[in-house]
Design a protein around this ligand. Sequence first.
Ligand code: NAD
Length: 469
Amino acid sequence: MLNQMIYAGKTVAGQGIEFEVLNPATETTITACKSASREQVDIAVAAAKQAFSTWQHTADSSVKAMLEAIAADIAKERSEIARLISLEQGKPLAMAEMEVDMGLYWLQVTNNLEIPVLEERDPMGKTMQVFHRPLGVVASITPWNWPFMIAIWHIIPALKAKNCVINKPSEYTPLSTIYLIEIINRHLPAGVCNVLLGAGEVGAALSSHVDVEKVTFTGSTPVGQQILAASVDTLRSVVLELGGNDAAIVCDDVDVESVAEKIFMGAFLNAGQTCACIKRLYVHENIYDALLQKLAAIADQQVLGNGLDTGTTMGPLQNVKQYTKVKNLIAEALEQGASIANQKLNAVPAQGYFIAPTILTNVAADSAIFATEQFGPVLPVVKFSNLEEVIQQANQLAYGLGGSIWSSDLNKAQQAAAQMQTGSVWINSHADVSPFAAFGGWKMSGLGYSFGLDGLLLFTRKQAIHFSV
Ligand code: NAD
């Protein structure tokens, strides 16, 4: 079992606290790991800094070839990686395979990007060249919901821009990330890509380290705020991909039959544990009953179970903390007068952190389920009659990650999309991210961007060279 750290090109046992990685579908231990001690964090950062002195000068063509070799190994070992993701994260195997495929797609698109050199000439006749230089040691801190894919989102652009990376995966799901970094180390020089294990204290030691030039973080808003606060001492650059509470607005000109399944998936993908899942569904009063009925029927068709079992369509919540949080939010909404629109709430396995998909109606406007990022398989559905008013309502929260407009009138949908206060807006889909478009949250949902050339260039700093003759 891959349960150790990798730094300076070596597999190393942690010298810190022991922690267990559980299968959330069975609550049984997959393996035990040991976290990094403070000294090991320092050693790993020093090794990465040392590796950077040569890695930064590697020819573009060599970096490209190495990333291609990594992609080839991931493709070859797809089944084993997917099995590990499903085991530690809980998602159905087919979705874990999709996670590997999406990671590969992102890797390949990012590897084909070219980092530009800008040539400028001013009216005084002066010539300048603006280069994008690598930063140095990048710390990458990742969450437990899409552990393999998000690790690729962080690590590949950092390497492509010729930085060295130290990843710290979530303590709940480190195994598929260790596998990825083991593959990467087959093809890259020692110390260029490293992984340290542990919980928040290891993340904090790494992200505040004086020799770390950038932190790329995907996780909750409170932890993102701590990372930003810790960046002040060295003015370290920080990209934060944080929590969301996305609204979807469904107009009355949609074909209910054809959108219901897509809306359901937009809300319940990965048992709702996706930052940009639909968390508030606003439906026009003319189609409210029809869509609600359809969504309830789809919810009741779900088969909850171990992700590795054939036929499972929805896995458990990934950990007991998240399970308890979602359970409490549902209970509180029900106490405040909400009702559940679907029926099969008891069809959950006896063991494991399972919550059946829950569609709520009549949720009180001040219910915590609206204001908090619930990150679970729950969908409050709200009736509306006026599009302008509902957009205001959707924009009321401090989160601004994603949103969607559902309509057969593209012009109307585009005008509505432009009024959404979110980093991404989808028309007739949701959470449909692309490696070609910048992805980032507005307001409390993030800082900076990932993906595309915008995201890649945030792993560089500009250097302008001025020529005078
Ligand atoms: P989390 O913030 O609890 O943990 C994320 C990572 O940060 C983990 O590796 C954790 O060990 C580490 N960490 C914890 N405390 C730290 C500290 N003080 N300093 C440095 N690192 C620390 O988040 P989570 O529960 O693992 O993941 C769920 C959250 O991630 C949700 O809020 C979700 O919306 C967000 N998320 C956002 C995106 C996005 O792209 N915007 C994508 C996926 C998940």
